[in-house]
Design a protein around this ligand. Structure first.
Ligand code: CA
Length: 384
């Protein structure tokens, strides 16, 4: 396929030129053997139960969500329980997931969280917000619920990112692997169904009202921003290139980094590099299709990306403007070097020896990592 691909992509470029459709660059295929990036790892906190996400308070405290429904506040080397965390459905990959402060948190004290909600047989991804007084959350207000409901504990998506205009983008997973079905349709096929939130990015105002691009007028699910995703668990605004990046789980292989453009279709499950879990075959008949956006990066091995940041700090000058993607299965962080335009030019591995669930840049310019299995940890990366 690597040999066929350049010819195929050239043909597609001609087809795009003829039809006036947008041509997408050939995806960057990630190398498997990469040199290690020099960092020191310091464990700040251990004993966390499936930590999922973290958000810094203006006073330097760090809020950490734990999937079974707990929020921990880490400050000055000590951890305390935050009371009043929202009620969640704890099943499989679902529970209390992402956390993010409102851009005007200093004035309005609003904290946004994504959760799994419902029952084992009928559940969805929801966005809630609550005030935080430094010790406890106020009552949770539900701003968004994905529809239709799905069954079981797979693929809630649930990463969120604020855009500079004060709107919020949030991921909703495709609902699960075959044989999971929603309304008689294979869950994963819902990523191409315009009326469902499953397998989409959604864009909302800070009060939860939907924002839709012109491409999705009419029949699309409220707030639908992009479609054709399997399960996005990394989402990061890039202030240098004024763009949004997403890392997305494929099935067996075929994990992706995508540059998000409103109104675009990212192909799942009809254009993908993924292979089936249970059968020795590809999920899709195509790696690329006209009118669908190709990934910027494809991993043909099993990386399982979760957590994504665009590094903008000074502590690691060599990383400025690069992407850092956490990996669950790889138990590494991948440093993806980008040029000025956002084209990948190389990769390095930061081995972590544990499943990486989230990765964030701290106010001090250092990089903070959550590992999720067994004894969950908060780890700080510093220059060596
Ligand atoms: Ca894709």
């Amino acid at each position: 396929m690597r040999i066929l691909y350049p010819a195929l992509s050239l043909l597609l470029c001609f087809a795009f030129a003829l039809t006036g459709a947008q041509a997408f660059a050939e995806p960057y295929f990630s190398p498997e053997e990469v040199p290690e990036a020099p960092v020191r790892r310091t464990t700040l906190l251990s004993g966390l139960d499936h930590p999922w996400s973290m958000a810094w308070l203006p006073d330097g405290g760090l809020l950490i969500t734990e999937r079974p429904g707990r929020v921990t506040l880490y400050r000055d080397g000590k951890a305390t329980d935050v009371t009043g965390a929202p009620r969640v459905l704890v099943t499989g990959q679902g529970g209390l997931l992402d956390i993010s402060l409102h851009p005007d948190f200093a004035e309005n004290r609003l904290v946004y969280m994504t959760i799994a909600e419902g029952t084992e047989d009928a559940n969805h991804t929801a966005l809630v917000r609550a005030t935080f007084d430094g010790r406890a959350f106020g009552p949770a207000e539900t701003l968004f619920r994905s529809a239709p409901d799905k069954t079981g504990g797979q693929h809630f998506g649930s990463r969120m990112a604020w855009l500079p205009d004060g709107t919020l983008v949030l991921s909703v997973g495709d609902g699960g692997n075959p044989p999971k079905r929603v309304n008689g349709v294979l869950s994963r096929d819902m990523a191409q169904v315009r009326s469902a939130h499953l397998g989409k990015l959604v864009r909302l105002n800070d009060d939860g009202t939907p924002v839709a691009p012109p491409a999705f007028d009419g029949d699309a699910a409220p707030g639908m921003h992009t479609m054709g995703h399997r399960n996005i668990q990394g989402l990061a605004w890039d202030p240098l290139r004024r763009t949004l990046w997403a890392s997305e789980h494929g099935a067996r292989g075929g994990d992706e980094i995508n540059r998000i453009q409103a109104g675009a279709n990212y192909g799942w499950p009809v254009a993908s590099y993924s292979r089936e879990y249970t059968l020795p075959m590809d999920v899709a008949d195509h790696h690329s299709l006209p009118g669908m956006a190709d990934p910027t990066v494809v991993w043909e091995w099993r990386f399982a990306p979760s957590g994504l940041l665009v590094y903008t700090g000074d502590a690691f000058p060599g990383w400025k403007g690069d992407l850092l993607a956490g990996g669950l299965r790889s138990e590494t962080i991948r440093l993806i070097e980008l040029d000025r335009d956002g084209t990948p030019t190389g990769e390095r591995d930061i081995p972590m020896g544990d499943r990486v669930r989230d990765i964030r840049q701290g106010p001090d310019g250092l990089v903070y990592v959550l590992t999720d299995e067994g004894d969950g940890k908060l780890i700080r990366l510093e220059p060596r």
